[in-house]
Design a binder for this molecule. Structure first.
Ligand SMILES: [Zn+2]
Length: 137
């Protein structure tokens, strides 16, 4: 006989230099940061301390746009929509929430970032992405 349960394990860890800089930018400037790798010549989202492709640590922090393109998403019942979104200016996608109903979205859709009114230096300061009504995509 099997039992299926879930457990909650809260934990804290240091965000690191790149992560801390990104969280501060979300809180203070409603700005999403990425990292540009000069070796791979690509910009990663979100900001990180090293390039996962070449391992290089000489990354330059760059400001990404608040617009984005929807790469993929899934509906997690009871938890909402989670997506891979590629912020403007980035070559890679990041995981975050979609704000809306599944029928509001399609792959390739233009999105815009939604920030919390009160921000505290947490990834939830970026509440998620919603359809960009100013886009014809
Ligand atoms: Zn690289």
């Amino acid at each position: 006989m099997m039992r299926e349960e879930s457990i909650r394990i809260p934990f804290r860890f240091a965000a690191g230099r790149a992560g801390s800089r990104m969280l501060a930018a979300l809180r203070d400037d409603k700005q999403i940061l990425g990292s540009h790798c000069p070796v791979c010549v690509r910009t990663l989202a979100p900001a990180r301390p090293f390039c996962p492709e070449c391992g290089g640590e000489n990354l330059k922090t760059v400001e990404l746009g608040s617009g984005a393109v929807l790469v993929s998403w899934t509906d997690m019942p009871g938890r909402g929509l989670f997506a891979l979104v590629r912020p403007d200016g980035a070559d890679t996608a990041m995981i975050h929430k979609l704000l809306g109903q599944s029928g509001d979205f399609h792959i390739g859709a233009r999105l815009r970032a939604v920030f919390a009114a009160e921000r505290r230096g947490h990834i939830a300061d970026l509440q998620g992405f919603e359809p960009d009504p100013g886009s014809a995509a």
